[in-house]
Structures are given as structure tokens and as C-alpha cells.
Design a protein around this ligand. Structure first.
Ligand code: DAH
Length: 339
């Protein structure tokens, strides 16, 4: 009988299992109601008195070993499950995820690009460091032209001049130099002007330039395109108003206002109680500019426009201070998470 218990002990020591079922079967076999141990304990009373002590001790050893074995195998299995992930509690609530968000200027830029993309405009880009030709001369702003002074240029080098582009109109020139008509292109990008930083001005800001060149392009096409844009972007009820203006690179030129989308024309401090807010400059591309860029101005006409992304974003979201766009304060940026 004693030998039998010892055999059980060595069997228990040797036992291995890697499924929960096998461990449970082992537990039942040894520690269950009708298991080996209970069987041996009930045989205890028939053991001769002088053997009882050793028998009892060995039996207890078997019991402890069987219990320890079951615990050890269970723990090993649980650890394995944790690692493989199958112990995952799918009912547990998830850790909140911090979502990044697009910058409001990017949201607006993308929206504008999409509206014009539906009209067949493609994107073009140019360098932020420009030469005099692309930023000024080709755009009908020869040396000594007074309008040059209005642009507060950051010069990098004089004679020959290299500068930080003051507007994205320079990309028009680059695009026309490389591509023949018909042209429909939109050029978003950063521009730079030596201006004091305030709630309404910054030395770095963003513009989107548009250019359309083809046979028989007219001012009516320009007006209709901009009306379509204004209504897509600011809402169907939006009206536009064109005021005669002057730009060296367009003739005729106009500045475009939209009906104030905040007070709906009733008058508020955003539109300075006029009911209208300016959003862009535009005009028919001056034939000199077409010729400067190698496009036959007798055959082709075109229109161009340039808008400030900050200005349009401020109108859309009623943002009162332009500096917020450049401070990267998360409390400001977080508000655009779902946009
Ligand atoms: N380049 C002008 C500016 O920075 C904006 C502009 C006006 C662009 C008229 C144009 C245009 O293409 O036709 O103020």
C-alpha cells in the first residue's frame, strides 16, 4: 500500500498538461470526491497501527503535491493565455484615445481645393524663396513700380534679388512657363511680408492662387466661378459683390466681397456694419503677363484670383485673432477635432 502511494507521488511529480481540460481531469482523478486520495484516506482505517504514522505522512505528502501541481499548471496556463491575448476581457471599457486634429488652416485649404478640384483645377506649387522675375517682374511689376513697396518684402539677397515670396501669384508665372493653355490650376502656399504681428496681420500667412487660361475666357466666367465657390464654401444663400480695384497683373481687376455670413447682411462688427466682407482679389490676366510667360495673348485670355486662407478661416469659424493660428495652443486646436 505504501509503495502504491509512492508510485502515485512520482506520477504526480511527472504529470504535465497544457490544456485546462487535462488539468481538471487530473484534479478530479486525484482530488475529486471519488478520487485517488479519498480512496486512500478511507483505506487508512485498515492500516495496522504501527504503520499508520508513515502511511499518514506519505498520504499527506501525496495530497500536498497533487494540490500544488494543479495550482502550478493552472497558473502556467493563465500566463500563457494572457500573453496570447485570448484572456482579453472584451467587456472592459477602452482607454480613451487622444485624437489629433487637423489645423484649421489645413481644413479650410483642403475644402477650398476640393471645391475647385470639382471644376477641374489641379494643384501646383512653387518655391517659398523666389527670384525677382517670378514674384514681381513677370507679373507686370517692373523695377521701380510703386506697387512693389506695398508688399513689405523680406529680401534674402539684393542684385540679383532673392526674396521670400510675398504672394502665391509667383506660382502662376512658374506654371505658365511650363504649361500651355488650357490651364486650370490652384496654388496654395505660405507667403511672407515684413509686417508687424497683430490680431489682423502676421509676417507669415497663407494664400491660394487660382489661374484659368483658355480661349474665350471672359469676366463673366470669373464672376460665375467665384460665385459658385462662395456658395459652396459659405452656404447657398451667399451673395458676392465685385468692386473695381487695381492689381498690376490683372486688367480689369476687382476685389470680391461676400455677404456677411455671420449677421446675414444685417450688420455686425465682423463686417463693420456694412453687410459685406472682402475675401479675395481677382481679375483678367494682363496680356503682358501671358506674353511674359510664353502664352499667346492674342489667342488666349484668362482670369486669376488670390485669397488669404487665414482671413477665410477667421470668417468661417469666427476667429477674432490671427495669432491663434501660429501659437499651436492645444486648447485652440482641440476645437477642430471633429471637423
Ligand atoms: N497677389 C495678390 C495679393 O497678394 C492677390 C491677387 C489679386 C492675386 C488679384 C491674383 C489677382 O491672382 O488676380 O494681394
Amino acid at each position: 500500500m505504501l509503495n502504491q502511494i509512492k508510485e502515485h507521488i512520482s506520477e504526480v511529480e511527472k504529470f504535465q498538461a497544457n490544456t485546462a481540460e487535462a488539468v481538471e481531469a487530473f484534479r478530479i482523478q486525484y482530488l475529486g470526491k471519488k478520487g485517488v486520495l479519498n480512496g486512500l484516506f478511507s483505506a487508512f482505517k485498515d492500516v495496522p497501527n504501527d504503520e499508520k504514522k508513515e502511511f499518514g505522512q506519505t498520504l499527506n505528502e501525496l495530497k500536498t503535491k497533487a494540490q500544488e501541481k494543479v495550482e502550478a499548471l493552472k497558473t502556467a496556463l493563465e500566463e500563457k493565455e494572457d500573453q496570447s491575448g485570448s484572456g482579453l476581457d472584451l467587456t472592459m471599457s477602452a482607454e480613451p484615445m487622444r485624437m489629433g486634429s487637423r489645423h484649421p488652416l489645413s481644413i479650410v485649404k483642403n475644402e477650398i481645393v476640393e471645391i475647385f478640384a470639382r471644376l477641374g483645377f489641379t494643384i501646383s506649387e512653387g518655391p517659398e524663396i523666389e527670384d525677382d522675375w517670378h514674384n514681381f517682374s513677370a507679373l507686370n511689376l517692373p523695377d521701380e513700380h510703386p506697387a512693389r513697396d506695398m508688399q513689405d518684402t523680406f529680401f534674402i539677397q539684393r542684385d540679383p534679388d532673392y526674396l521670400l515670396r510675398t504672394h502665391t501669384s509667383s506660382v502662376q508665372v512658374r506654371f505658365m512657363e511650363k504649361n500651355q493653355a488650357p490651364i486650370r490650376t490652384l496654388s496654395p502656399g505660405r507667403v511672407f511680408r515684413n509686417e508687424a504681428i497683430s490680431a489682423r496681420a502676421h509676417c507669415i500667412f497663407h494664400q491660394i492662387e487660382g489661374l484659368y487660361v483658355d480661349e474665350n475666357v471672359s469676366f463673366a466666367d470669373l464672376k460665375q466661378t467665384l460665385l459658385h465657390f462662395a456658395q459652396e464654401f459659405f452656404g447657398k444663400e451667399t451673395q458676392i459683390r465685385l468692386r473695381p480695384s487695381y492689381f498690376p497683373f490683372t486688367e480689369p481687376s476687382a476685389e470680391v466681397d461676400i455677404s456677411c455670413n455671420i449677421c446675414k447682411g444685417k450688420g455686425c462688427n465682423i463686417c463693420k456694419y456694412t453687410g459685406w466682407v472682402e475675401i479675395l482679389g481677382c481679375g483678367m490676366v494682363d496680356p503682358n503677363v501671358l506674353e511674359n510667360c510664353g502664352i499667346d495673348a492674342k489667342k488666349y485670355t484668362g482670369f486669376a484670383f488670390g485669397m488669404g486662407v487665414e482671413r477665410i478661416t477667421m470668417l468661417k469659424y469666427q476667429i477674432k485673432d490671427l495669432r491663434l493660428f501660429f501659437e499651436n495652443d492645444v486648447r485652440f486646436l482641440d476645437q477642430f477635432t471633429s471637423a
